[in-house]
Ligand binder design. Structure first.
Ligand SMILES: Nc1ncnc2c1ncn2[C@@H]1O[C@H](COP(=O)(O)OP(=O)(O)OP(=O)(O)O)[C@@H](O)[C@H]1O
Length: 253
């Protein structure tokens, strides 16, 4: 079982002869889910889930309907828990939605649900709406992100005519242009063929940001730091991939 500990990142301050006043420490970095339960109608979908996410690559696996997507939507405040608390670097998703959305990007399973503008460049630029940037800065950020994901030659193409893999990259670019610290992916490779799934997997594995990935694509997460296994609204395994996945496979037999 992985135990998260971030205490070592904020060592106690030492000063001269005990006369130092200790400044208030910043909130420990990470996403903390504390005693969260959630129901839709009569169905309890999450049951008293507590976990702190601090690793850079975290996967969430489990049977259909076990609560993974619901859990993932809690992480950037798309959903606020009925009971319990979710905090992102100390910001409560229930009352600091704006700060939380700035920190946590969300990439949906179906990029068509995320693409809103006619052309690739316009769609990517949409993520910067509301940010105080000059026109030059905006254009620079768009070009930088298009180049990073090999989309620059598609700049003026209709976004809805891209291939599935290109659309998934566009959806990711539209999130990353806002420079979040965390990116949550809900089944990013489910709609893709093997080649595109591998390409998107490679992008996820090399992201500078923390990635939290809901998936049924087990090869995608082999090198992740941590895997949470959900079953009927609870986390039933929480470990490195080899151990967590063997427990998952055992339960699914
Ligand atoms: N908005 C909603 N309204 C009502 N019920 C919902 C809603 N969202 C999810 N559910 C129900 O909550 C349960 C958990 O759904 P969730 O999508 O979180 O599971 P999941 O583990 O992601 O499943 P899958 O692997 O099939 O995507 C399911 O029974 C689902 O039907």
């Amino acid at each position: 079982m992985i135990r998260s500990s971030v205490g070592h990142m904020f060592p106690r301050l030492h000063g001269a002869a005990g006369s130092v006043s200790v400044p208030s420490l910043p909130a420990a970095p990470g996403i903390e889910i504390a005693e969260v339960s959630h129901r839709f109608g009569d169905t309890e979908v999450l049951r008293n889930v507590s976990v702190t996410l601090t690793e850079r690559r975290i996967a969430i696996v489990g049977a259909n309907g076990s609560g993974k997507s619901t859990f993932s939507r809690l992480l950037n405040g798309l959903l606020v828990p009925e009971r319990g608390r979710v905090t992102v670097d100390g910001h409560d998703t229930a009352n600091a939605a704006k700060a939380v959305r700035r920190k946590v990007g969300f990439v949906f399973q179906n990029p068509d649900n995320q693409i809103v503008f006619p052309t690739v460049a316009e769609d990517v630029a949409f993520g910067l709406k509301g940010q105080k940037l000059s026109a030059d800065e905006r254009a620079e950020r768009v070009e930088e992100i298009l180049a990073r994901y090999g989309l620059e030659h598609l700049r003026d193409r209709p976004a809805h005519k891209l291939s599935g893999g290109q659309k998934q990259l566009l959806a990711l670019a539209g999130v990353l242009i806002t420079r979040p610290d965390y990116v949550v992916f809900d089944e990013p490779t489910t709609l893709l063929d093997l080649r595109n799934a591998r390409m998107v997997g490679q992008v996820i594995n090399t992201l500078a940001q923390t990635a939290i990935v809901v998936t049924h694509d087990l090869p995608l997460i082999e090198a992740f730091d941590r895997v949470l296994v959900f079953d009927q609204g609870r986390i039933i395994a929480d470990d490195v991939p080899s151990k967590a996945l063997s427990e998952y496979v055992r339960r699914m037999q």
